[in-house]
Each structure stands twice: as structure tokens, then as C-alpha cells.
Design a protein around this ligand. Structure first.
Ligand SMILES: Cc1cc2nc3c(=O)[nH]c(=O)nc-3n(C[C@H](O)[C@H](O)[C@H](O)COP(=O)(O)OP(=O)(O)OC[C@H]3O[C@@H](n4cnc5c(N)ncnc54)[C@H](O)[C@@H]3O)c2cc1C
Ligand code: FES
Length: 236
């Protein structure tokens, strides 16, 4: 069991949950945990990406969507919850001019990605593009981690991205956004990786609930992903 350290409503339906998590296996950028804060129902744990991680803490930025995330939002400091993770195949190491592109709750894994990339010194430049349907959140936290931050409320953030300016791009957000980004990158020498969302049950590759067709056949988003090369999902 992990202990809740804080759980704050930071804006509209966005919440930031910080828990003590002492396991020796620390998360990598783009990985997620299955979170459970109830005994009986809902039946399934809920997948949430790592927003940030410290020596013995993990934070999650989440939107309240339904029953599971509503229960998670009611947790108070000192409460317990069950965490399974870190899970999945996260983002690869980047190099050169790098952009991170996120939409809605898809901005969550990009914070930890930005911190990891900054600490490694792997990118020559790091730009972040964040799109929201409503009021933007955590703008200043993201700004501190990059060379240029572009934030947009309404519309598609992909419109602001010049794909030819980058060597590597990591993205997470609604499928139409990621598809539009893939189209922009098609034919260019930019390496685009996408973190996909999917309904999940086990989170560890045992149930096939998250199975999805790719260029390489059916893949499990929880185990083979959630991060995939854009070409695997939308074609070369
Ligand atoms: C690998 C992964 C990482 C994720 N990381 C984050 C994160 O960092 N922050 C965050 O806010 N959310 C994240 N999600 C989405 C999150 O898991 C869902 O919002 C959550 O499971 C909804 O549970 P619920 O019980 O509150 O809603 P439910 O009652 O189950 O559903 C409410 C509504 O949300 C929709 N929904 C439910 N699950 C998903 C899903 N997986 N993708 C798209 N729509 C969904 C349903 O269709 C329904 O309309 C992630 C999902 C995956 C697969
Ligand atoms: S959620 Fe069970 S195989 Fe992916």
C-alpha cells in the first residue's frame, strides 16, 4: 500500500496526487501505474501516467472523468491506495532538437519526460507545446523545464508545431491530435513517439482488453506500449 502525501484540485477538473512509493524500481518517462483506491467497486484499477517521481515519491496529474477518478480525488493525506507499477514501455531517449506535444490530460507524462531529458542533457533544445480545451494548468512549471513553451486553449495545439524544426518529438493526447501530428511529420526526418490511451483491465499484458492493431500486428497498449513509434500506429 502506498500513502497519500497530498491530493490537490489545481484547476477545474485537474488534480495532482502525490504518494509515498518506496519500491526500488523507479519509473522511467512515459511509464504508468494502475491505481486502486477502493475495495469492491469499480472492478478495475485505473491507469495513470507518472507526472513526476522523486527518491521515494510518485506524483500523478489526473482529470476526474468518472467513478474511479472521482474516488481518487476524494483521497486525503494519510489515506492508503494500491499502486501497481511502474508499468509499460515508456519514451525512448531523445537527442538533438526535441519537442514535447501534449493535449488535455496528455500533458501529464510530458512533465516527467521534460525533467528526465533536462537532467540527462540529451536534447540540444527542448520545446513544449500544451493544448487545453479549457483553462491551461501548470504553465509555469512546464516553462521552467524548456527553452520555449507554447500554450493554447481551444483548437489543436498541433497547428503551432513546425515539425521540420525537430529531430525528436514525444506526444500524448487525444487520438485526433496525435494523428494530426503524425501527418505533419510524415516524410520528414523527425522521430515521433506517441503515448496511447486505451481502456485497460490488468495493465500487465494478461487480458488483451487493451489490444490494438498496429503495422506489426496486434499489440497490447499496456505492455508493448503505451508508447509506440508513430509509424507503427499511423503507417510510415
Ligand atoms: C497508459 C495510460 C495513462 C493514462 N494517464 C493518465 C493521466 O496521467 N492522467 C489522466 O487524467 N488520465 C490518464 N489516463 C486516462 C485514465 O486512465 C482514465 O481517465 C480513467 O481510467 C477513467 O476512469 P474513471 O473511472 O474515472 O472513468 P470511467 O467511468 O471509466 O469513464 C468515464 C469517461 O472517460 C472515458 N475514459 C475512461 N477511460 C479512458 C481512457 N483510458 N482513455 C480515454 N477515455 C477514457 C470513458 O469513455 C467515459 O466517457 C491514462 C490512460 C492510460 C491507458
Ligand atoms: S490491460 Fe490487460 S493486456 Fe493490457
Amino acid at each position: 500500500m502506498a500513502e497519500v502525501l497530498s491530493n490537490e484540485n489545481i484547476a477545474s477538473d485537474f488534480w495532482l496526487l502525490k504518494v509515498r512509493e518506496k519500491s526500488a524500481r523507479r519509473p522511467a518517462m512515459g511509464q504508468f501505474y494502475m491505481i486502486r483506491a477502493w475495495d469492491a467497486g469499480p472492478l478495475l484499477s485505473r491507469p495513470v501516467s507518472v507526472f513526476d517521481s522523486g527518491e521515494d515519491t510518485v506524483s500523478f496529474l489526473y482529470r476526474v472523468m468518472g467513478r474511479g477518478t472521482k474516488i481518487i480525488s476524494e483521497l486525503k493525506a494519510g489515506d492508503s491506495l494500491t499502486l501497481l507499477g511502474p508499468l509499460g514501455r515508456g519514451f525512448s531517449t531523445v537527442s538533438g532538437r526535441t519537442a514535447l506535444v501534449g493535449g488535455g490530460a496528455g500533458i501529464a507524462p510530458l512533465y516527467f519526460a521534460a525533467r528526465t531529458i533536462r537532467l540527462s542533457g540529451a536534447a540540444t533544445t527542448l520545446d513544449i507545446f500544451l493544448g487545453f480545451s479549457g483553462v491551461p494548468v501548470l504553465e509555469e512549471s512546464y516553462r521552467l523545464l524548456c527553452d520555449n513553451l507554447v500554450v493554447q486553449s481551444g483548437g489543436f495545439i498541433t497547428g503551432a508545431v513546425k515539425a521540420e524544426d525537430y529531430d525528436c518529438m514525444l506526444a500524448c493526447g487525444p487520438e485526433p491530435m496525435m494523428k494530426a501530428l503524425s501527418e505533419k511529420c510524415r516524410g520528414l526526418p523527425v522521430r515521433l513517439e506517441l503515448s496511447l490511451e486505451s481502456r485497460m483491465a490488468c495493465g500487465v499484458g494478461a487480458c488483451l482488453v487493451c489490444s490494438r492493431g498496429t503495422a506489426g500486428g496486434n499489440k497490447k497498449v499496456c505492455k508493448d506500449g503505451p508508447v509506440f513509434a508513430a509509424g507503427e500506429i499511423y503507417g510510415p
